[in-house]
Design a protein around this ligand. Structure first.
Ligand code: GN1
Ligand code: MG
Length: 360
């Protein structure tokens, strides 16, 4: 067992003796470990990537408010087994805060949810449950009394993401603009820029509200129980005010992709309408009551926006020399870009079909 990790874990008030600490999950940003104990619960230890989340105080404030609010709602609804339905973070022994830092690294510990399964891909049935769960998540947070901040300012702001791509191209820090493929992808992305920045314009015109959203609704950020029901939404670092397009679009970006996020075989990457229909139906059953007509009408746009935004973000990181996302091999961010771009094109072809389904 890693002595440093053991030391860090010992700063938190957890029950039981730690018997193992091992890597957990596939996140691209934080480092995550499972802390195995001989007590009733295991725990999740996470090093928060402070290079990306600059204001950990704000981030943990958001998470504390959100988990407290959801816990209260679940209690009011008479739910059972609440510790498996909302995350619980442990206090650090001396400060009582939900994280510990030595000024260089930031760490936190939450209870590991037992008998839960994560998936990298789902069936239409499970996508339907996920839709219900994310709609409910947003609905539960609609009346949160606390003020939440943006843990990454303008996280899903497409205008900003396009500007970051433009800056990366201008700086060409890693010399990657010499690659004609990169150049061509950049040109194609900018050709769609005006249209894809529509949400920010609508917001300025006052027709698109911000609500508290999850903002990282990758399919592997939810825990399912053995029957396929959603237990809990995890990875709450990016819960913040955003457009509802964030949660709707990012889930489909991962779940409706018939291939992998970084599939090298582009023939495998397509936008799956069956998953779209199941997810949209589930989502509207819980979110339908609070969505405004412009939000609802633009859900097909959201399904296009997120592969587009992700392609822009991956390409930006490739051009910058891979400074943001963890990569597994040289050129990984370019492979990811190609796959997300293909998914964007495939979703774009289905825009009408999506709109018809939502009207029906
Ligand atoms: C990151 O942390 P993780 O792997 O769940 C990223 C998301 C991207 C995603 C792409 C804070 O999510 O925005 O959509 O990778 N999170 C952050 O897979 O940038
Ligand atoms: Mg994650």
């Amino acid at each position: 067992m890693d002595a440093k990790l053991e030391q860090i874990v010992s700063r938190f008030a957890l029950e039981g003796r730690v018997t193992d600490i091992r890597p957990l999950g596939n996140g691209l940003i934080n480092d995550t470990f499972r802390v195995v104990t001989d007590g009733p619960d295991d725990f999740v230890l996470q090093r928060i990537n402070q290079g990306i989340f600059r204001d950990v105080d704000l981030l943990q404030h958001n998470i504390d408010c959100v988990t407290r609010h959801i816990r209260r709602k679940l209690e009011m609804a008479g739910e059972r087994d609440i510790d498996r339905k909302v995350l619980r973070f442990l206090p650090e022994k001396t400060t009582g805060k939900s994280y510990w830092t030595d000024g260089k690294e930031w760490w936190r510990v939450s209870v590991f949810i037992r008998d839960a399964i994560t998936y990298e891909a789902v069936t239409p049935e499970y996508a339907g449950y996920a839709g219900v769960a994310f709609g409910r998540f947003e609905a539960m947070l609609a009346d949160i009394p606390d003020q939440l901040g943006e843990t990454i300012p303008d996280f899903h702001n497409m205008e900003l993401r396009a500007r970051q791509l433009r800056d990366a191209v201008a700086a060409d820090a890693a010399g990657r603009m010499a690659d004609p493929e990169v150049r061509a992808l950049v040109d194609q992305m900018f050709a769609c820029e005006a249209e894809m920045c529509k949400a920010e314009r609508m917001h300025r015109e006052g027709v698109l509200p911000k609500r508290i959203c999850h903002c990282d609704t990758k399919v592997n950020n939810m825990l399912f129980d053995r029957d396929g029901q959603i237990l809990c939404v995890i990875d709450l670092d990016t819960v913040m005010p955003s457009f509802v397009f964030s949660d709707f679009g990012d889930f489909l970006r991962t779940a409706a992709n018939t291939g992998a996020e970084d599939d090298p075989d582009l023939d495998k990457v397509n936008f799956n309408m069956e998953i779209f229909r199941a997810f949209a139906k589930g989502y509207l059953s819980t979110a339908g009551a609070f969505l405004t007509p412009p939000e609802r009408e633009n859900l097909p746009f959201a399904a296009m926006l997120f592969p587009y935004m992700q392609a822009v973000r991956f390409l930006t990181d490739h051009i910058n020399g891979d400074t943001y996302y963890k990569i597994k091999y040289p050129g990984h961010n370019l492979v990811r870009t190609r796959a997300q771009w293909k998914l964007f094109l495939s979703a774009s072809e289905k825009r009408e079909e999506m709109a018809l389904f939502l009207q029906g």
